[in-house]
Design a protein around this ligand. Structure first.
Ligand code: 3H9
Length: 698
């Protein structure tokens, strides 16, 4: 026996304890499942043992099958979860599962195969496999509908969201909810079972039924298929639950196994598993150890009460951190606070926030008009106009007024954080915190590490990002950091494709079919086209004359078409409706622009549109990686998933390139280089990895 499982006899009860921190993942290859199986066998053959308790050592019961073992060969000499559960279904002595902490996936499936379930108050219980692109593959799709009913089980598995122990008891997944010492409660419970001569009780022997199953499952397929476009697992779950209703248990189990095996090998599941680990990896900074001391953030100040500033400030108030909003002009301050109030009120109106909670959050805001009023803040975030001179002035001022040890952050999306930090006598306290708009909604936060940013400041920012419910990704200093620097190429190619023969609706459709909620032109219309136009006008003087430049976007703006807010942009919109309608005026403008640029329009294949837009991201991503602007390829993937709506089931741009094969990606990049010139110079890292047969995410 390994040290991952402990088996002890306590009176007539065999107690099996899982000891595989941090989450008691049910590993095959480490021998954990074999040990549990051996423990059951030992107890089963021991006539002194009359019942079993299975419990998790540490905080939780089990976080499920060991995800890191998926896609790798299992040691044939070791028991799998299926082997263990098949054996448990033959045990004739009562088995009690004592559930604490998160009990997820295979962990819950193990508990559902036990005969009785006792859960600690507040434990989170769920079948989240769908979030990994798979389904509960150890009987979960068969046992849960038998225990909790078909509809509820389907919801639990298709959403993947956990429920509390209390809710689990209400729906029949657990028998008792207890507080305090779970182990002691489990022993008392099991002894009582024995005293009352209660015997085994197998979920596999129950039936799952629903009225008019044909109609029920047909409707479920339509509804779930529509909601989960691009994700095969939810529909496979429907198939398995249908089998639970229509087929005997063993047949249902076989169908579940078949579906699981198919899904676990799918690109979607590989992508989602990649993101699972990427999300956990992203907070790790190689030269900033976990035990780096962090500064306390009990108060915050925000400079600039515009839409961005207000959105950023709301994150702090939502996390219970008092926030001062500074605007030198009282009128602008009142306006900014008014917008915050309106945002909260809209959430209250939708029933997603109570009035009381809104009042509490608004109570954490203080509007101020003098720098002196923010001198005691633990962190100050600047969100003023995107102009280096203005920002430098703000930081020089902050340096004078802020208390020693205060963290000074800029929300710039493009400017040089080193230069900004140099305006202070304490560059170690300065960093970039690049929020994405709308800042109270978007999960991504680029944490920009300047040359002199202190390690404790970085560690504090990463901890803070979690506290305000953001996904913090460390980025180095460069124009556009990770996300916007890459995005530049994506939009550039989308624009060039118009000049070469495509129309906005074709480009958008290709990217929407790929999985984006909106293609680049619809995104432009939603965000507003005027801001980009303004920036391009500013950059015009310094733009290298030899580089290709498409004038189409400027010409759309020259017509006063700034997107949805003006009723027209790349598309036209009818009053009160956000549906984009292709507009002959735009088509005419595009065709004329092609002619003016001397480009012969051609039919552009969808595949070329996809590759030009996505590989532009990938090639720049490779440069960013080589320059150390991103710590790892998976961080870039996280940026794109949380900041730019890249489809999760593709795993992010770098993982997608890995899936396609870097040799194939390079081949296309080289082809585009030959046809379209300098913008497509293959990144050295892409060439190197492709030549070595490697991937970005090794
Ligand atoms: C399954 O069960 C399939 C079966 O149906 C069928 C099989 C045949 N495996 O999240 P945390 C690691 S599929 C391996 O920060 P928390 C995680 O990477 C599984 N590793 O902790 C991290 O490592 P590191 C279905 C795992 O307290 C560390 O543990 N289950 C697993 O915030 C701590 O994780 C799920 O999908 C795992 N299953 O949250 C549940 N789980 O320290 C997945 C975690 O190196 N897990 N790790 O970065 C979770 O949702 C959360 O981890 C949990 C704890 C809620 C359990």
């Amino acid at each position: 026996m390994t040290n991952l499982v402990e088996y002890q006899k306590q009176g007539s009860i065999g107690v099996i304890t899982l000891n595989n921190p941090p989450v008691n993942a049910l590993s095959v290859n480490k021998g954990l499942l074999q040990d549990v199986l051996d423990a059951f066998k030992e107890g089963d053959h021991d006539h002194h043992v009359r019942a079993f308790v299975i419990i998790g050592g540490g905080r939780n019961f089990s976080g499920g099958a060991d995800i890191s073992e998926f896609g790798k060969p299992y040691d044939p000499g070791k028991a799998t979860l299926a082997d263990l559960l098949a054996y448990m279904d033959t045990v004739t002595k009562p088995i009690v599962a004592a559930i604490s902490g998160p009990t997820m996936g295979g962990g819950l499936e193990l508990a559902l195969t036990a005969h009785y379930r006792l859960a600690l108050t507040g434990a989170q219980i769920g079948l989240p496999e769908v979030k990994l692109g798979i389904l509960p593959g150890a009987g979960g799709t068969q046992r849960s509908p038998r225990l909790m009913g078909v509809e509820k089980a389907l919801d639990l598995m298709v959403s993947g969201d956990p429920i509390s122990s209390e809710k689990a008891k209400d729906v029949g997944l657990v028998d008792e909810v207890v507080g305090g010492d779970l182990r002691a409660a489990a022993m008392t419970y099991t002894n009582k079972l024995l005293k009352e001569n209660l015997s085994v009780r197998r979920a596999s022997q129950l039936t799952a039924s629903i009225e008019q199953p044909d109609a029920f499952f047909a409707e479920a397929r339509v509804r779930i298929g529509k909601a989960w476009r691009g994700y095969p697992a939810p529909l496979a779950i429907v198939t398995c639950v249908e089998a639970a209703v229509l087929q005997p248990f063993a047949k249902g189990l076989a169908i579940e196994r078949q579906q699981f095996e198919k899904l676990v090998k799918s690109d979607e599941s590989r992508a989602l598993r990649h993101l699972f680990f990427a999300e956990r990896q992203v907070s790790k900074i190689p030269d900033v150890p976990d035990d780096t001391p962090v500064r306390e953030i009990k108060s915050a100040a925000l400079i600039g009460a515009g839409t961005m500033g207000g959105g950023i400030a709301m994150n702090f108030a939502n996390a219970g951190i008092p926030i001062k909003m500074l605007e030198l002009n009282q009128e602008a301050l009142d306006k900014g606070l008014g917008i915050v109030r309106k945002n909260y009120a809209a959430t209250v109106a939708k029933g997603r926030l109570s009035q009381e909670a809104m009042d509490k959050r608004m109570g954490l805001f203080t509007g101020v008009t003098s720098y002196d009023d923010i001198k005691d803040a633990d962190i100050v975030i600047e969100a003023v106009f995107e102009d280096l001179a203005v920002k430098k002035q703000v930081f020089a001022k902050l340096d004078k007024v802020c208390k020693p040890g205060a963290i000074l952050a800029t929300n710039t999306s493009t400017l040089d954080v080193n230069e900004i930090a140099a305006m202070t006598s304490r560059p170690q306290d300065v960093l970039g915190l690049h929020f994405f708009s709308p800042a109270n909604v978007m999960k991504l936060l680029e944490v920009v590490r300047a040359k002199k940013t202190g390690k404790d400041v970085l560690a504090t920012a990463m901890k803070l990002s979690k506290a305000i419910k953001k996904v913090g990704v460390v980025a180095g200093v460069c124009d556009g950091f990770i996300g916007n620097r890459m995005l530049h190429g994506y939009f550039r190619e989308a624009g060039f494709l118009l000049e070469e023969g495509a129309l906005p609706q074709q480009v958008d459709k290709v990217l929407e079919d790929f999985g984006f909620a909106m293609g680049p032109f619809r995104v432009g219309d939603l965000a507003g086209l005027d801001v980009g136009w303004y920036i391009r006008k500013r950059q015009a003087a310094t733009r290298p004359a030899h580089l290709r430049y498409s004038k189409v976007a400027d010409q759309v703006c020259e017509l006063g078409r700034f997107g949805q807010k003006t009723g027209a942009g790349w598309y036209r919109y009818e009053a009160g409706n956000r549906n984009p309608i292709p507009d002959p005026i735009v088509e005419d403008l595009i065709v004329k622009a092609s002619k003016a640029a001397g480009i012969q329009r051609r039919q552009i294949p969808d595949q070329e549109i996809l590759e030009r837009c996505i590989y532009a991201l990938v090639n720049e991503g490779a440069e960013i990686l080589a320059e150390g602007i991103a710590l790892r390829a998976s961080d870039i993937d996280i940026v794109y998933i949380y900041g730019y709506g890249f489809p999760r089931f593709r795993g992010g741009p770098m993982f997608y390139a890995d899936t396609v094969g870097l040799d194939k990606v390079l081949e296309s990049v080289k082809r585009f280089h030959a046809a379209h010139g300098e913008f497509w110079k293959p990144a050295a890292l892409l060439e190197k990895l492709a030549a070595e047969g490697k991937k970005f995410n090794s």
